[in-house]
Write a protein that binds this ligand. Structure first.
Ligand SMILES: NC(=O)c1ccc[n+]([C@@H]2O[C@H](COP(=O)([O-])OP(=O)(O)OC[C@H]3O[C@@H](n4cnc5c(N)ncnc54)[C@H](OP(=O)(O)O)[C@@H]3O)[C@@H](O)[C@H]2O)c1
Length: 287
């Protein structure tokens, strides 16, 4: 068996970088810091080096299937498998950013949904027994109870497969394009909708893992809690809080994320859940 390896996507800044920092201190194996831009990724690796920590850089743009394949080839050649995969990369926006809603929906679904799905699909066969996979999401806005009508009934089908989820993503994008979100029961916010899809993705993949020959593969969706980094900008009030909740530092968020990757071998739960601050939330209400 090759050397143990952990991979973090979108790790040049924010929670991703803090997660790499934490893994460098706690994970027994190599930690791959990925970034869509080589200069920012290398800068992040160098900043960790100054702290005495060694991460390995590899470029990865999750919206580009060829970029995912290149990382896959690198991992296969150097490690032969994956022990930890943290899908952290996501779109983030400024508060009141002036961007047409359909463009925003395309970006959220190209990166957060399709990008993450392609990473999970392409890396799935490389996961070693006892591998731990995390999909970062937002359990404050990504609440399934925001769905109504047709969207709600299709989403709550317990036999939903990944392919069905992709079809539903297309249905959602079409609804945005033709201003039909309300009619079909989708939420208005593309960021919110993409996060709801990510929680469902973790749930569906967990079922595939349960029936896989490799033992004890676990995947969970993780909400880090409001954190002082890019993704909270859109929701932060003038007083620097999100609805009164004080933002935590990325290093604090990283502890909970790494906890999910360190669930001991043989432990079967949590799996397919939405987890915040080490607690499983109800995927429908996020409480
Ligand atoms: N911060 C919060 O309060 C909060 C709350 C709930 C959930 N989350 C989730 O936690 C995760 C991290 O949040 P954050 O606040 O640290 O976000 P962030 O500061 O906005 O960082 C996002 C990272 O994703 C990268 N990225 C964007 N598009 C990419 C692509 N196509 N391919 C590869 N990387 C890409 C960014 O790279 P560039 O630097 O090149 O743009 C950046 O490194 C996200 O999934 C977010 O939704 C955060």
């Amino acid at each position: 068996m090759g050397r143990r390896v952990a991979i973090v996507t979108g790790a040049n800044r924010g929670i991703g970088l803090a997660t790499v920092r934490n893994l460098c201190k706690t994970f027994s194996g190599d930690v791959i810091l990925t970034s869509r831009m080589t200069p920012t990724g290398k800068e992040a690796v160098n900043s960790l080096k100054k702290e005495g920590l060694n991460a390995i850089f590899h470029e990865l743009d999750i919206s580009q299937p060829d970029s995912i394949r290149m990382l896959r080839e690198y991992i296969e050649e150097h490690y032969g498998g994956i022990d930890v995969l943290i899908n952290n990369a996501a779109m983030s926006f400024d508060k009141n950013e002036d961007i047409p809603i359909y463009r925003k929906a395309q970006l959220c679904f190209d990166v957060d949904f399709s990008g993450t799905l392609n990473v999970v699909k392409l890396f799935f066969t490389l996961l070693r027994p006892h591998a731990r996979v995390v999909i970062m999401t937002n359990g404050y806005i990504g609440v399934e109870s925001a769905l109504t009508g047709v969207a709600k009934s299709k989403f709550s089908d317990s036999t939903l497969r990944l392919y069905d989820l992709e079809l539903l993503a297309n249905e959602y994008l079409k609804a945005v394009k033709f201003s039909n979100c309300q009619k079909f029961g989708w939420p208005d916010s593309p960021s919110q909708c993409a996060k709801i899809f990510l929680v469902k993705m973790a749930n569906i993949v967990s079922k595939l893992m349960e029936s896989d020959q490799r033992r004890n593969l676990l995947i969970n969706a993780c909400c880090p809690g409001w954190t002082r980094s890019g993704a909270s900008r859109e929701y932060t009030d003038k007083d620097g809080t999100v609805g009164g909740e004080v933002l935590q530092e990325p290093d604090t968020a990283a502890k909970d994320i790494v906890w999910l990757t360190a669930i001991s071998s043989g432990t079967a739960t949590p799996n397919g859940n939405l987890v915040r601050h080490k607690k499983v939330l109800n995927a429908s209400t996020c409480t």
